[in-house]
Every structure is written in C-alpha cells, then in structure tokens.
Design a binder for this molecule. Structure first.
Ligand code: NIG
Ligand code: FE
Length: 414
C-alpha cells in the first residue's frame, strides 16, 4: 500500500487544532502525522516507499462517519407504507396487520443469499459515497432460526467483501406470526441467542407495546447477556414500557429512539456513565411521529449522544449522515455543530469500544471524509447537497467528484 498525503485541506476537524495549512500523512492505513507539508516530506526518510500526493485544497477533512444503527440488509421496498402513513395510518398499526416489518420478513424469506449480498453491496457503495467508514447492520427480518442465520451469514460476508467495516448485530425484532408465542420465545432463548454469538457480538431487541412485554424482553436480554453479547435496545419509540430501567439494570451499552422519556429516566441515563443514547431523527420524520427524540434533556452528556441513520426500507430510507445532522438541527433545535459531528464520529466509535477510529489524530485509522465545504459547521447546513468529494477508508482514497466544478454540464455542451 502506498503512502498518501492529503495536501493542505481547507480545514481539518481534528482532536487537537492543527497548525494552519497543515497536511495529513497516511502510512499503512493509519494517520502518521498532521503538520506543515515540508515537515511531513522531510520525515519521509524511506525513499523506496511511494507516496501519493493529493491536492486537498478544495476539501475539508473530517473523521469518517460511524453509523451505529442500520437495518441495511433487506429485500424489496415499502413505499406503499410511506404513503399509507401520509394518510394517517400509524407505523405500529401497519405492522400489527401484517405489514411493515412483517412485509420485509416475507420478502427476505424469498431472497437468496446471493441476492441479499448483491443488494447489500449496492447500499454499502452508497455508505462509502456518503462518507461512512464503519456501519452497524442488524438482522431482524428473518425472525426464525434459519432465516436469521441467513442474514448473519450475509452480513459477515459483506464485511469480508466491502472496504467499509461492518459491526453485525443480532436483532430480535418480533416473533414469527406463524408459531405459538411461547414456542417461538423458547427457540429464541434456547437456540438462537447462544448459537448466533459466533456471528455477532451485539444483541438488540425491539422493546415496544404489542411486540415484546417487559418480562419477555428481560428474559431475552438476560440470556443474551449470559451468552456474552453487548446489549443495545430499540426502546421508548412509541410507548414507554420500562425499557430504560431494564437497560440500566442489565448493563446495556445503548438505548435507541427515546421519543418517549420520563424525566426520571433521563436522569438515570445521565447518571449511568457507560450508557449511550442513539437518536434517529429520520425514523421519527418518516413515520410522521408527533413526538421528538428527547436529546435536549441529555445535553449535559454530549460525549454519550449518538446520531444514526436507522437506514431501513420502512421507517428510514435515508443513508446520508449529513442529512441526518440537518434533520437533527431542524427537529431537535440543536445549535452546536461540533456536537452533531461528534455524534456521528467519535461518540459512536466509543460506543462500540473502537478506540482506533472516530478522531483525526496520529495513530488513528485513516478513515476520513473529504467534503467540498469552507468549514465543518457547513456539514449539517449544506447536508442535503452532494458534499462528499472523497472518502478515505483504511488509507485507500475513493474519489467521487469531478476536479472541475461545473464539468458535468460543460462536458455535455457541443
Ligand atoms: O428502528 N422500530 C423498529 N425497527 C426499525 C424499523 C424497521 C422497519 O420498519 O423495517 C426502526 O425504526
Ligand atoms: Fe432501527
């Protein structure tokens, strides 16, 4: 692998403010140094090594995004429900009548592993295109043993095929509708949770009224904990069934959605140092929720706040982190752009115990996003434009933009 120098970007969103006109030297997939160009070149004593110099003067550089919550492996799509929700059918009502998640379950059962891998690679290319270098992917559209295992094999295969790093999660999304409830519970408890630990280190469950009772969720999470998974929860999205106390009692690492949150639960989250809160503004938006994620009550713990896409065919057909940041400003009235960036970079990296990424500093993995902007605060502001010019993943540069602004139009003129 050749070395890479990103020469004099307009700005670098680094842990320690670099000197003005700094460049970034990348060696063996790792950030080696940040500083004035001559100092980096002088340090480059090994003449046999090839160094690729990239003019980054039209770009700003941020840490690659870490997307902590997605359902990226699925089959089919659910635009019908998008419009049904626009005419006042609720997300949960559609699910209880066999649509929603259950529609994705039916499609996934029909799909071969090859089809799911092909589709997954298509979305992962877009993940990289939007500047995300690490992405969590959940199961949850299989429901039974065989189909959930198929999803886990696909997710692990995608990790081996695509440069983006993948964190697999076994998600118990619902119980199959064609089995007696008690039997289905026993299969998850006794068979799936222990067997799937070899495919996934993370466990998640949809703690919600009419999906899992608190007692059921407690027994499943308890078993997952015994089997050695780290725990995250979809909870407090539509109803509060006591998921926050359970998460804290069971040592969960993260709680996601939090659209309904009692003040005493917000205080408990603040007082639990290892617990992260993940907010999914696109999912709120796309299910026409009148509730708003309670991030403002947690602003005293900025290092444990995470934003994610929740990319999935139902509640969030959005994959671009800057769009999510923009929605977070609009929906939550967040006014600190650095918080928004940290919530998509170092905070989710810390959530997953990934100490080697999420920051721009010597020794960190060279996972970077290069944006065609004047300053980092423009990322959420111009978030819905095509701002990512290139992504660096483990030291390899993937370029997306033309060098000459307007080239698309000019080249097509006679
Ligand atoms: O995070 N709320 C539950 N699960 C997902 C949606 C998955 C789907 O609708 O397919 C969520 O919103
Ligand atoms: Fe989700």
């Amino acid at each position: 692998m050749s070395d890479l120098i990103l020469q004099t970007p307009r700005f670098i969103h680094a842990s320690n403010s670099p000197e003005p006109n700094s460049s970034i030297l990348i060696r063996d997939g790792v950030i080696e140094a940040i500083g004035p160009l001559d100092s980096l070149i002088r340090d480059d004593s090994d003449c046999a090594r090839k160094t690729l110099h990239i003019d980054a003067s039209n770009w700003g550089v941020l840490p690659g995004f870490v997307d902590a919550h997605t359902h990226l492996v699925f089959s089919g799509s659910r635009e019908d429900e998008f419009y049904m929700r626009a005419s006042n059918r609720s997300y949960m009502d559609i699910m209880q009548r066999g649509g929603g998640i259950h529609k994705s379950v039916r499609s996934l059962h029909q799909a071969s592993e090859e089809e799911l891998i092909k589709r997954g690679l298509y979305y992962l290319d877009q993940v990289l295109r939007f500047g995300t270098t690490t992405v969590e992917i959940k199961t949850g559209y299989g429901l039974n043993f065989q189909q959930e295992e198929k999803m886990l094999r696909v997710i692990n295969k995608l990790d081996s095929l695509h440069p983006v790093d993948i964190i697999p999660t076994f998600l118990v999304h619902a119980l199959p509708r064609d089995l007696p409830r008690e039997k289905a519970m026993q299969t998850v408890l006794q068979e799936m949770i222990p067997a799937f630990r070899s495919y996934a280190e993370w466990f998640d469950i949809f703690v919600e009224k009419n999906v899992f009772s608190l007692a059921e969720a407690e027994s499943l999470v308890g078993r997952a904990h015994q089997s050695g998974y780290h725990i995250g929860l979809h909870t407090n999205q539509v109803h509060d069934v006591g998921g926050i106390s359970m998460a804290i009692d069971m040592g969960a690492r993260h709680v996601d959605h939090l659209e309904v949150l009692r003040p005493e639960d917000a205080s408990r989250i603040i007082d639990t140092p290892e617990l992260y809160s993940v907010f999914l503004p696109s999912a709120e938006y796309h299910v026409f929720s009148e509730r708003v994620g309670h991030i403002r009550e947690l602003l005293s713990i900025p290092d444990r706040l995470v934003l994610s896409t929740d990319f999935n065919p139902g509640s969030s057909p959005v994959l671009a982190p800057p769009v999510i940041m923009s929605l977070a400003v609009l929906r939550y009235r967040l006014s600190d752009p650095d918080l928004l960036i940290h919530a998509f970079t170092r905070n989710p990296a810390d959530l997953f115990y990934l100490q080697d990424r999420g920051r721009i500093a010597p020794g960190q993995k060279a996972d970077l996003v290069c944006v065609e902007l004047d300053n980092a605060h423009q990322v959420p502001y111009w978030g819905t434009l095509d701002i990512v010019a290139a992504t660096v993943k483990s030291g390899t540069l993937y370029r997306f933009h033309h060098d000459r602004p307007g080239a698309l139009i000019r080249d097509s003129l006679p």
